[in-house]
Design a protein. Structure first.
Length: 353
């Protein structure tokens, strides 16, 4: 990615602050009671697990899970394949670069809130080919299909990515069921939204940065989908803005754990009972870092709005309905074009009065 360029940092608000709290921070939840039985099983262990999920979603928006059922071998294989891919020359990696026409593939020009992120990524869709709106224009009903531009090297990359995605997708459905129960909804309440889900995963590489106090691997942001499942290595770097006091908390890596956060979609569905929380990534001056976020997204045709069961006269719907696919395309288009305008956010759909 080259040497650090101070021009990448255009807003001091995005720079890491020295007052970051070094602590385990976010809750750690053991999923083993759920892995061995259905959440509908009427046991004290399941009820306690749902209570933990509720508290974590309400008070943090983030939590870690252990004993989650995803084989460690699958995670190790994709991490190794990712390193082999990113160790190639920039010229080789850009042979599968993403474009305005296709949002999947390699990129080293990520931007967050008008700040260039200190990282390079490779995105791949889980349901290939991915079906999405052809444009973000409200009246345009045309759709387009996007496939993954797999590189020739490493030759095993496609296989290990697809294997890993199957395991994490299975975990995603379990987490969605638990979150649904935590909102006092049926276990399968969210399932219809994900029949043709638009989920994708990202291989992220953060090279060492010579000026770590002046750059961020990823600027502060919120995730626009339903749920994110993050695998990070032992270098760490994720920081979460704690809801109670708005302080940045460093998330200490836990071996083999996944970090979970609810996204904008669940915030809207829950009518603000749960909040999509700001987070960012700190870079390291001497060590490279790898992470693999999995973004669980509803089908592109889903109209996202507060669920009827969670609204009433005392708690009316706080958001207008919006199309998930149009929202995704608008965000991707804005990022690719690097438009000098604010990126689309869910508060643009917030009702007033």
């Amino acid at each position: 990615m080259g040497d650090f360029d101070p021009a990448f940092i255009q807003d001091t608000e995005h720079r890491p602050k020295p007052a970051v709290i070094e602590a385990d921070g976010i809750p750690k939840i053991d999923l083993s009671p759920y892995i061995t039985s259905s959440p509908n099983t009427n046991t004290a262990a399941i009820h306690n697990l749902v209570d933990q999920i509720r508290d974590a979603c309400k008070n943090w928006g983030f939590f870690q899970v252990i004993n989650h059922g995803v084989p460690i071998e699958s995670r190790e294989k994709i991490q190794l394949a990712a390193k082999r891919f990113f160790d190639q020359s920039t010229e080789e990696k850009r042979k599968v670069k993403r474009s305005e026409r296709n949002p999947f593939g390699y990129s080293d020009t990520e931007h967050t809130k008008n700040v260039r992120d200190w990282k390079e990524v490779f995105d791949f869709t889980v349901n290939a080919p991915a079906v999405m709106p052809a444009s973000c224009e409200p009246d345009d009903e045309e759709t387009a299909e996007y496939d993954n531009p797999w590189p020739q090297y490493p030759p095993e990359l496609r296989e290990v990515c697809e294997e890993y995605a199957k395991h994490v997708q299975k975990l995603s459905y379990k987490l969605l069921a638990l979150i649904s129960l935590s909102l006092n909804l049926p276990e399968d309440r969210f399932e219809p939204f994900f029949k043709d889900h638009g989920s994708y995963a990202r291989l992220s590489h953060y090279p060492p940065c010579l000026a770590p106090d002046l750059a961020l691997g990823v600027g502060r942001h919120k995730d626009g989908g339903a749920l994110t499942i993050l695998a990070q290595d032992d270098v760490g770097g994720l920081e979460v803005k704690r809801k109670s006091d708005r302080k940045w908390i460093f998330v200490k890596p836990t071996p083999n754990a996944f970090i979970i956060n609810v996204g904008d979609v669940i915030q809207v569905w829950s009518n603000d009972a749960y909040e999509s929380v700001e987070h960012r990534v700190r870079v390291n001056s001497t060590k490279e870092r790898f992470s693999i976020p999995f973004f669980m997204n509803p089908a592109h045709y889903t109209m996202v709005e507060p669920l009827a069961e969670l609204t009433n006269e005392q708690n009316p719907a706080k958001y207008k309905a919006y199309n998930r696919g149009k929202f995704f395309v608008a965000r991707k288009y804005s990022n690719f074009k690097k438009l000098d305008v604010e990126n689309l956010q869910i508060y643009h759909f917030k009702k007033t009065g």
